[in-house]
Ligand binder design. Structure first.
Ligand code: A3D
Length: 318
C-alpha cells in the first residue's frame, strides 16, 4: 500500500516537498496549512502536472488534522522563516507557539508516524516537538545536517572543480552559526582534506572561508531573496530522510537526533550522523573527532542547550 505523507506547512518548503515527493512517487501527499487555500491550491497545481510528469499519487490540501489521520510520515515546516538581518534564534518565541499546536494535532491523529521537523530554530524546535507530543524519540528527528553538509560539499566542489559525487563530508552540531564542519572526516576522491592542503590544491585560509560561507549559507540566500529563506535544498534534504525511512534504505545521514550519552551529551537534540530505516532513527553513529572538532561540537551543543533554556523560560511546559 502507498504510504501517506503529510506536510504540515504548505509554504515555500512545504510546496517544494510536495512536488519532489510526487515526482518520486514516494507516497500520497496531504498538504496541511492554517491557510487552507494555500494547501489546496498547491496540491491541485501539483496534481495537474501528473499527466505531464507521469506520476501516479494522490495529492490533497486541508486545514483539518482529521484529514492527516494515520500518516506514515509527517514533515513539519509550519512556522515563520527569517527576514534579512534575523538569526534563526530570533524565531524562537513565535515558532514555539506554532509547534505546540502542531504537536497536539499530530499526537492525536498520527501517533505512529515518522516525524521530520524543519522549522527553525531547528534543534530547539525539534526537541520541543518531542516534549510536547510525547512521541518516541527515535521517531522524531530534525533536518539540518544534510542541508549544511550539502552546502559545504557544493562549495568545495566549486572550489576544487571536482564533482559533488566525489566529496563526502558531515556538518554536525546545532543548526546555527556554531555548526561544525567535520574536516577530519571529509574525503575528496578518497583523500583527506589535509592531503589536499599539503599538495597545494587548497590553502587552509581558503578552506576556512568555505567553512564560514557554509555557516552563513542560509543568511546568504535570505539576503538575496529579501523575502523568505532557502527552500529548494532544504526540501531536497527533507525528502532524502523520508525516502530512507519509507524504503528502509538505512542511509547514514547527518540529522538532529536525541542524544542519550552519545558524544558525551544527554537529553538534548543535536546534529549527528544517524542511520534512518523502517524503525526511524535506528542508530547514532559515533564519529572519531579530532580535539578541535570535539571542542567545537561541545560549544555548538552548549549553544543549543542555552537556547532550550530560553525556550523553557518562554513556556514552562517544556
Ligand atoms: P513559509 O513559506 O512562510 O511557510 C510556512 C507555512 O507555515 C505558511 O504557509 C504558514 O501559513 C504555515 N503555518 C503557520 N502557522 C501554522 C500552523 N500553526 N499550522 C500549520 N501551518 C502553519 O516558510 P518556509 O517554508 O520557507 O520555511 C518554513 C520553516 O522552515 C521556517 O521556520 C524556516 O526558518 C525553516 N527552515 C529551516 C531550514 C533548516 O535547515 C532547518 C532551512 C530553511 C528554512
Amino acid at each position: 500500500m502507498r504510504k501517506k505523507i503529510t506536510l504540515i506547512g504548505a509554504g515555500q518548503i512545504g510546496g517544494t516537498l510536495a512536488h519532489l515527493i510526487a515526482l518520486k512517487e514516494l507516497g500520497d501527499v496531504v498538504l496541511f496549512d492554517v491557510a487552507a487555500g494555500i494547501a489546496k491550491g498547491k496540491a491541485l497545481d501539483i496534481a495537474q502536472s501528473s499527466p505531464v510528469n507521469g506520476f501516479n499519487i494522490n495529492l490533497s490540501g486541508t486545514s483539518d488534522y482529521e484529514d492527516t489521520k494515520n500518516s506514515d510520515v509527517i514533515i513539519i515546516t509550519a512556522g515563520v522563516p527569517r527576514k534579512p538581518g534575523m538569526t534563526r534564534d530570533d524565531l524562537l518565541g513565535i515558532n514555539l507557539k506554532i509547534i505546540k499546536e502542531v504537536a497536539d494535532g499530530i499526537k492525536r491523529t498520527s501517533p505512529n508516524a515518522f516525524v521530520i521537523c524543519i522549522t527553525n530554530p531547528l534543534d530547539v524546535i525539534v526537541m520541543a516537538l518531542q516534549k510536547y507530543s510525547g512521541l518516541p524519540k527515535n521517531k522524531i528527528v530534525g533536518m539540518a545536517g544534510i542541508l549544511d553538509s550539502s552546502r559545504f560539499i557544493y562549495f568545495l566542489s566549486q572550489e576544487l572543480k571536482i564533482s559533488v559525487n566525489k566529496i563526502r563530508s558531515f556538518v554536525l552540531g546545532g543548526h546555527g552559526d556554531s555548526m561544525v564542519a567535520m574536516l577530519g572526516s571529509t574525503k575528496i576522491e578518497g583523500k583527506k582534506i589535509g592531503e589536499l592542503i599539503k599538495e597545494g590544491k587548497i590553502t587552509k585560509e581558503r578552506l576556512g572561508e568555505i567553512v564560514d560561507r557554509t555557516k552563513k549559507g542560509g543568511a546568504e540566500i535570505v539576503k538575496y531573496l529579501e523575502k523568505g529563506s532557502a527552500f529548494y535544498a532544504p526540501a531536497a534534504s527533507g525528502v532524502e530522510m523520508a525516502e530512507s525511512y519509507v524504503n528502509d534504505l538505512k542511509k547514514e545521514l547527518p540529522c538532529a537526533a536525541f542524544l542519550s550519552g552519545e558524544y558525551g551529551f544527554n537529553n538534548i537534540y543535536a546534529g549527528v550522523p544517524v542511520i534512518i530505516g523502517k524503525s526511524g532513527v535506528e542508530k547514532i553513529i559515533q564519529l572519531k573527532l579530532t580535539k578541535d572538532e570535539e571542542a567545537a561540537f561541545k560549544d555548538s551543543v552548549k549553544s543549543v542547550q542555552n537556547l532550550y533554556d530560553a525556550a523553557k523560560k518562554i513556556d514552562p511546559d517544556l
